[in-house]
Ligand binder design. Sequence first.
Ligand code: TXA
Ligand code: MG
Length: 331
Amino acid sequence: MQLWTVNLKKPDWQAAPEAEAVCAALSAGELVAVPTETVYGLAADATNGRACARIFEAKGRPQFNPLISHVPSLDEARLHGHFDDPALQLAHAFWPGPLTLVVPRKETSPISDMATAGLETVALRVPNGPVMRFLAERTGRPLAAPSANLSGKISPTCAQDVIDDLGDALSFVVDAGPCDVGIESTIVGFEDGTPRLLRPGGISRDDIEGVLGLSLLAASPDMRPDAPAAPGMLASHYAPNASMILNAREASQDDALLSFGPEPIPGAERARAEFNLSPDGDLAEAAANLFRGMRTLDESGAGTILVQFIPSFGLGEAINDRLTRAAAPRP
Ligand code: TXA
Ligand code: MG
């Protein structure tokens, strides 16, 4: 595995010799870890079925869950999917950015069945992270990329997280520093002509509903990503080694504490380790710190991570979605 450290502040970062080598690796069907504004992605050529199969193998994904294809622009996205007016409105409002649109797939799209899991729909995103956009543009290929972590584990928000989890499977890791948003993109589906929130994420429900002028429906059970395996049981995901308890009211000395806001819960000073997601109670800051906080507390060796109450408005919906899955019964 080779490392390409990118300084995005340098105007000519795209001219580095590593850029050519990374594009060649992607074009040859190899796997490259690529930063985006949400999390680091495990990227491969979306038009190459064998390359996409390698993604599932490297992550140890139990089923062939469909992958998001990253493209450099809306024009490019329209080569792969049919966009109705609401989908176009969202693309114009939020791309490039942490929003994925699931739209009916165009028959002429070269995206492989391995990336779409054979569905009639395709998940497309124009990321704000410039490295992923640049690589998709330079290779001339949509890039399929799930989060670059082992299946079910905590998503990576810096290059070292990826190297720890997946280093051996990769040709390159591109390091552009920590991710700004820190949780995955919001996914909105348009399969049946009605916008549905398939996964809360880096853009809040309110912002999306504000643009559409209507309320997002919930995902129907057969459309929902990471659908519960059985009624009432949430699929375990984003799981640290420690068990997790949400909405803790009191800390103890054996447990680690994931706190939020300026008001400590009783006993916080006794906790074995503490990580405050946002001492000011800012939900965007908490989202950006969420996976780092979970990893840091896991490294403390605590058997249990207690989590202070976090409100569910704005980005709190996505934060609580991730925490609920992390706390769900493990397979
Ligand atoms: O921020 C993100 O979205 C990151 C970065 C790397 O872009 N990617 C990411 O990918 O989170 P992943 O594979 O971890 O999550 C993609 C989700 C999956 O839950 C999958 O089921 C859903 O997107 N998905 C993909 N295609 C779909 C489709 N056609 N219909 C419904 N859900 C789909
Ligand atoms: Mg993931």
